[in-house]
Structure formats: C-alpha cells, structure tokens
Ligand binder design. Structure first.
Ligand SMILES: Nc1ncnc2c1ncn2[C@@H]1O[C@H](COP(=O)(O)OP(=O)(O)OP(=O)(O)O)[C@@H](O)[C@H]1O
Ligand SMILES: [Mg+2]
Length: 263
C-alpha cells in the first residue's frame, strides 16, 4: 500500500523543500515546549536536531511525523498538503518511518518479526497468514544492513541494548520511507557501528533520495553525519545551517557556555 504510493510519486531533486513548519507552537503538559517555530526540512538531506535534554527534540520529531498536533501554526508536506487534513496526514504517515528513542520493540518476537512490523500497514492487522517470502526477504535485507542478519531468529528480549536499537533502525528502513526520523538512534551503539550505520543511512539517502532527520546527542556524530544542523534552545530554533558551520558560537547558543556538560 505505502510502497505503491511511494512509487507513484515523482522523484524531486535533492534540496527542494519537503516539510515546512510555519509558526508552530506546541504545548505539552500545559507548558509551551515549541514556540512560534518555523523550519524547512529539505529533501535528500540528513538534518541533525540538537539541543539540551528536555528542550523539545522528541516533540519536534513528533510534529514532523504528525503524531503531535501543534496548537498554532501549520506543517506542510510537499506533494501531500497541510497535515491538519486527515487525508494528508494519513498519506504523510505512510511515507514516513520513525526510529523511537525507546526502540518500541515487542520483546517476545524475533528480530525478523519485529522488523516485519514495519510493514504491518501493508496487510490486514489480524491476518493469520505467515508473511510472504518477498517481505521476509525485504526484512532480512534490512537486518543485514544494520549487521544483524545472524540474529534474525533471536527474540529481541535476548538482544543487547545496541542490538535492539539496530532492530528499531531496520524496522524503519524496511518501509523504504520517503522521510526517515530517528530519535537518538545510535545512543547505545559503539563508535565503529555508528560509522557503519551512518554509511547505511547515507547510502539510502544517495540511492533512494530519502530525507533524514536525526536527533543526535553527540555533537561530533551530528557534525560527521549530517549535512545540516538545527539547534533548539528555549523552544526556538537558534541554529539552522550547514553542519560545517556549527562552530563554537553556534554550540554556545544551543547548549550555553559549557557544551561538554549537557546530555
Ligand atoms: N507526554 C508528555 N506530557 C507532558 N509533558 C511532556 C510529555 N513529553 C514531554 N514532555 C515535556 O516536554 C518537554 C520537551 O520534551 P522532549 O521529550 O521533546 O525533550 P527532548 O529534547 O527530546 O529531551 P531528551 O534529550 O531528554 O530526550 C519537556 O519539558 C518534557 O517534560
Ligand atoms: Mg528526546
């Protein structure tokens, strides 16, 4: 279902706008978390979202995937429309995959079956049938891309934190999304694997033109991996520019005077 929608969309050139936030304000638990925020996410780019703990990074990802509705402002997706419209929202969600901060895996299922859940909206939720071979192969390829093919049959309860996190990444990749969102997707992964997963993401960007937004708490990872960095502080965007320009002044604006002490 989602795949067909995706295939029918014309491929747009990298750098054109994909998601536009205009004057977005979000409240959570009575407090304003994002304040009159405007931001453009461009196609075929890797954008890193950085900022102190509690600043609203996860909230902003929720706005980008349509799970969180702003109390003011608009979110417009190119080729889809304004997300206030339920049909546009459904269409956007079909083309978007999210790697959640807490992995959101089902422990009693194998790694492969958890990855197949990424394709759950392509068939009836109560289908008693085994997954078709083509989809199992697609899921195995996604596990291979994150270096976990050997654990395809292992229950995720028996995997390490970093391995579980990689199953979450594979579950997002298997959808072949147009927009891939990740909430600290490399938080419990060692540096060599971060580099490997970074290359996996980059390949998906270059071969399929997908757009990626990652919350990254390690600034060096953000600078190495991303084309573009968005820094949040006090509910607002305080840096929005190339990764190469995220200098000492920009870091101070985002993290305050002592950037090594946050997160
Ligand atoms: N479900 C919720 N209900 C009420 N308030 C919430 C909820 N989730 C988050 N918040 C509040 O919204 C603010 C932003 O939270 P958010 O999770 O977006 O921060 P974050 O930047 O992702 O932080 P971290 O780096 O620790 O993951 C915080 O003040 C938080 O307490
Ligand atoms: Mg968060």
């Amino acid at each position: 279902m989602g795949e067909q929608v995706l295939r029918s969309l014309p491929i747009q050139p990298a750098g054109t706008p994909l998601v536009d936030l205009d004057g977005v304000t979000v409240r959570r638990g009575g407090a304003v978390v994002l304040r009159d925020l405007s931001l453009r996410i461009r196609r075929g780019r890797v954008t890193a979202l950085v900022g102190r703990s509690g600043v609203g990074k996860t909230t902003l990802l929720g706005v980008l995937n349509g799970l969180i509705r702003p109390v003011a402002g608009t979110v417009t997706v190119a080729g889809v429309g304004v997300l206030d419209d339920p049909a546009a929202l459904a269409r956007h969600r079909e083309r978007t995959a999210t790697v959640f901060q807490d992995h959101a895996l089902i422990d009693r299922l194998s790694a492969l079956d958890n990855v197949l859940l990424g394709l759950a909206d392509t068939r009836h939720p109560l289908s008693p049938l085994p997954w078709p071979a083509a989809q199992r192969r697609q899921a195995a390829e996604a596990l291979d891309a994150v270096g976990l093919l050997a654990h395809a049959g292992t229950r995720t309860a028996h995997l390490s934190g970093g391995e579980r996190q990689r199953v979450g990444i594979a579950r997002a990749l298997v959808r072949h999304p147009d927009l891939l969102l990740g909430d600290e997707p490399f938080a419990s992964v060692d540096p060599a694997l971060v580099a490997h997963l970074g290359r996996t993401v980059r390949r998906a960007v270059e071969s399929r033109g997908i757009t990626v937004v990652l919350v990254l708490h390690q600034i060096e990872t953000a600078v190495a991996l991303a084309d573009h960095i968005v820094g949040l502080a006090d509910g607002r965007v305080v840096y929005d520019g190339p990764a190469g320009g995220f200098d000492t002044a920009a870091r101070a604006a985002v993290f305050g005077a002592r950037p090594t002490l946050v997160d």
